[in-house]
Ligand binder design. Structure first.
Ligand SMILES: C[S@@+](CC[C@H](N)C(=O)[O-])C[C@H]1O[C@@H](n2cnc3c(N)ncnc32)[C@H](O)[C@@H]1O
Length: 387
């Protein structure tokens, strides 16, 4: 087999691995995403005005009888139907104002196949019941369907969607970038699972290029599925700084690498395990994000907002010097990262180390918050489909 074929084959294998392994913690138990996604919920609430603006613009310019909406990377839990409720509320209010009858709603909830779709499906009868009570018996109809698969592949028939939404999902890459090791197979980013100040330039380049490929492909695929003039609102972790190792995007993972390094020094984990673990994740700067949209060319960027949020979704205080309660916040942040990253960490390092790892991580977060209240930077973009 020639070198290129091997490269393509490896790439496909790594892509499959992320798709098969990554999932938020399912169910409704203590470590579930459903119970630990307050931070992501706050992001949805903060971006609500942008979603409403885009869907109403679209609705009032097309007045479709059947409205196709997709939420990509929907996960499971209270957030899953939150955006869908906001969209339905905005449209139904507009229909009342304009004295028009409701459109039919076709709602597609997408996530990777490992997502806990069963919990979503079980919540649907209650959701439909609530809609009927709030809007009246004539409302809709509203059809909600689950669509398992990667949003880095085609998911929907051509020109079948009017509106696409995605929150807190597009910073996940389709795969770990290639080229993070030297010719001897030694990690170029030793001792770290993500970018840090000392990461070599080749590694930064590999991450940026993977993001550019993935996001460009995402835009191309959605442009085939969305009608002309259709809209997308996407919220993803990003950064203000041009430095891809800035604290605003990297500290949260550096504290995890520190916890893993502690465990290595005590013999609980092998060093080689950490060196072979790289997060399939990237937080673009505004400039990097805009450049992909412009180069790919299928969508016009109508709006870009930056939303800053405390790591602890319960802490709404913008004052950087006021720490909510570092111990409570440390626990909340550790639980929320566990709900998101446990599937990948447990697959790579083993289930047995997870409780210990997250206790150490929580301690690191508490110590970090005592010194500095770092904020997550979220980029919210509203896009319009061109020709
Ligand atoms: C942090 S959760 C966000 C869930 C929800 N949108 C929210 O705001 O609470 C990120 C979700 O993106 C999903 N995801 C990541 N990569 C994906 C991909 N390539 N295709 C579909 N879903 C993906 C994950 O499985 C996960 O459920």
């Amino acid at each position: 087999m020639d070198g290129r074929k091997v490269h393509v084959k490896n790439r496909k294998r790594e892509e499959m691995e992320v798709q098969q392994i990554l999932h938020m913690n399912g169910g409704t138990g203590e470590t579930s995403y459903a119970k630990n996604s307050i931070h992501e919920r706050e992001a949805i609430i903060k971006a609500k005005h942008i979603v409403e603006g885009a869907i109403l613009d679209l609705y009032c310019s097309v007045f479709p009888e059947s409205l196709g909406i997709a939420d990509l990377g929907c996960s499971s839990g209270p957030n899953t139907l939150l955006v869908i409720s906001e969209i339905i509320d905005a449209i139904s209010l507009q229909c009342c104002k304009l004295n028009r009858s409701w459109p039919e709603f076709r709602v597609f909830l997408n996530d990777l196949p490992g997502n806990d779709f069963n919990t979503i499906f079980r919540s649907l009868p209650g959701f439909y019941e609530k809609l009927k009570k709030a809007k009246g018996i004539d409302f809709g109809p509203c059809f909600i369907l689950g669509v398992p698969g990667s949003f880095y592949g085609r998911l929907f028939p051509s020109k079948s969607l009017h509106f696409v939404h995605s929150s807190y999902s597009l910073h996940w890459l389709s795969q770990v970038p290639q080229g993070l090791e030297d010719e001897m197979g030694i990690s170029l980013n030793e001792g770290n699972m993500y970018l840090v100040k000392t990461t070599p330039p080749l590694v930064f380049k590999a991450y940026l290029e993977q993001f550019q490929r993935d996001f460009s492909l995402f835009l191309k695929l959605r442009s085939e599925e969305i009608i002309k003039g259709g809209r997308m609102v996407l919220t993803l972790n990003g950064r203000r700084s041009e430095d891809p190792s800035s604290t605003e995007c990297c500290s949260i993972w550096e504290l995890m690498s520190q916890a893993l390094n502690d465990m290595i020094s005590q013999g609980a984990i092998e060093k080689a395990k950490l060196d072979s673990f790289n997060l399939p994740y990237y937080t673009p700067s505004v400039k990097e994000l805009k450049a992909v949209i412009e180069t790919e060319g299928s969508f016009t960027l109508q709006k870009l907002d930056i939303i800053e949020m405390n790591w602890d979704g319960n802490d709404n205080d913008d004052n950087k010097t006021i720490i909510f309660d570092k111990f409570t916040s440390g626990r909340t942040v550790a639980n929320s990262i566990r709900a998101v990253a446990e599937s990948m960490l447990a697959t790579h390092f083993g289930e047995a180390v997870i409780d210990d790892l997250f206790l150490r991580y929580e301690k690191n977060v508490v110590e970090h918050l005592a010194k500095e209240k770092t904020k997550h930077i979220n980029l919210v973009i509203s896009l319009i489909k061109r020709e």
